[in-house]
Design a protein around this ligand. Structure first.
Ligand code: KG4
Ligand code: ZN
Length: 345
């Protein structure tokens, strides 16, 4: 609808320079330039390289997004940008670009939370009724169970990883298996030809004595150690079986805890988002278990699971729609912010 706000969102928290444009809850453009190949030989994202790549890509990515959306800069009603958490140098490139645009266009700027925007991307499905949901956010930096009462204003962390994030675990195990970085997609592919019940890897923080303190928390370091030990002790290990069994252990814990949170709070809807939500086994098993539990499962398309600008535009658009006042320019990005801050003030 024409009278809905046209919002441009910028995301630069890690290695994707990404710009999305939405009108209300309709996605118009989603352009991503990734520096992932420049980091591959280091086995992880190098912050300095990521920041430089953002600087180099920013103008082009904005230009392409405008072309794709068939709008011009002067049509934009509001701007959103990831203000944290993320790599500080990378965040600063995005927030500076967004501040410059907001100043030049004289339009409101919203500094928003990267984690809640991963979940908010789900609002871009027009058929979706926005209802309270349990959010399972699984990415390279985070693994959290969220109580999402209202995407734009009320998101609470029920639990999180106490060591590695799920994506980080995928990346580390991939390295042990001599697979390319990022490891998640590589393990996903290899696991297709493996037997997921070949090796009984540990499910962290699922024993009764852990649950009192860590009911909705995750731990993947024990699984990483167990996988590493198994590989050392089993020279003729079938790599596909290791990949599939490791993946199964991660998927099992993530879904067991997320579904038990949905039951505990009486929520009938679950959103799975973040880079690891692209995992084919997680998506299939979530569909099966949620159906069994009578939970409506929401999984954004794979292209919107990993970091992108559409999710920032989506969250910003919800905030504009809810009448929240903008951040304005000149705010400080925060590399380690949690969800206590959905919108920067
Ligand atoms: O959300 P994201 O793009 O960036 C962060 O905010 O961290 O997530 C990146 C993470 C990486 O660890 C990557 O290995 C993982 O998501 N990932 C996957 C898959 N695709 C990406 N993990 C498992 N299976 C996949 N298919
Ligand atoms: Zn992310």
């Amino acid at each position: 609808m024409r009278n809905e706000p046209l919002v441009l969102g910028i995301e630069t928290s890690c290695d994707e320079t990404a710009v999305g444009i939405v009108r209300g809850r309709t996605l118009l453009a989603n352009v991503i330039s990734s520096s992932v190949e420049q980091h591959a030989r280091f086995g992880g994202v190098v912050p300095e390289i990521a920041s430089r790549a953002h600087l180099e890509a920013m103008q082009n990515v904005i230009g392409q997004a405008l072309l794709e959306a068939k709008v011009s800069l002067s049509d934009i009603d509001a701007l959103g940008v990831t203000a944290g958490p993320g790599l500080i140098g990378a965040l600063l490139v995005g927030t500076s670009a967004a501040s410059g645009l907001a100043l030049a266009l004289d339009k409101p700027l919203y500094g928003v939370n990267h984690l809640s925007s991963h979940i908010a991307v789900d609002a871009l499905d027009q058929d979706r009724v926005l209802e309270p949901a349990i959010g399972l956010l699984v990415s390279g930096g985070h693994s959290s169970i969220l109580k999402v009462s209202d995407l734009a204003s009320d998101v609470e962390v029920l639990g999180a990883t106490i060591d590695d994030a799920a994506g980080e675990a995928f990346d580390k195990i991939a390295r042990l298996l001599d697979l390319d970085f990022p490891g998640g997609p590589a393990i996903d592919r290899l696991a297709h030809s493996g037997n997921a019940s070949a090796i009984d890897f540990p499910r962290g923080l699922t024993h009764a004595n852990d649950l009192t303190e860590h009911l909705y928390d995750f731990s993947f370091s024990g699984l990483k150690t167990a996988t590493s030990r198994y590989l050392k002790a089993t020279p003729d290990a079938v790599r596909a079986d290791v990949a599939a069994s490791f993946q199964e252990a991660v998927v099992d814990v993530l879904l067991t805890k997320a579904i038990s949170a949905a039951r505990a709070f009486g929520y009938e809807s679950m959103i799975i988002a973040g880079g690891v939500a692209a995992n084919s086994r997680l998506r299939a098993e979530a569909a099966r278990r949620c159906e069994q539990a009578g939970i409506r499962l929401r999984t954004p398309p794979v292209s919107l699971c990993t970091d992108n600008g559409a999710m920032v535009a989506a969250l910003t658009s919800l905030m504009v729609g809810a009448g929240q006042s903008p951040t304005g320019i000149g705010f400080a990005a925060d590399s380690s912010s949690g969800l206590e801050r959905l919108l920067w003030r």
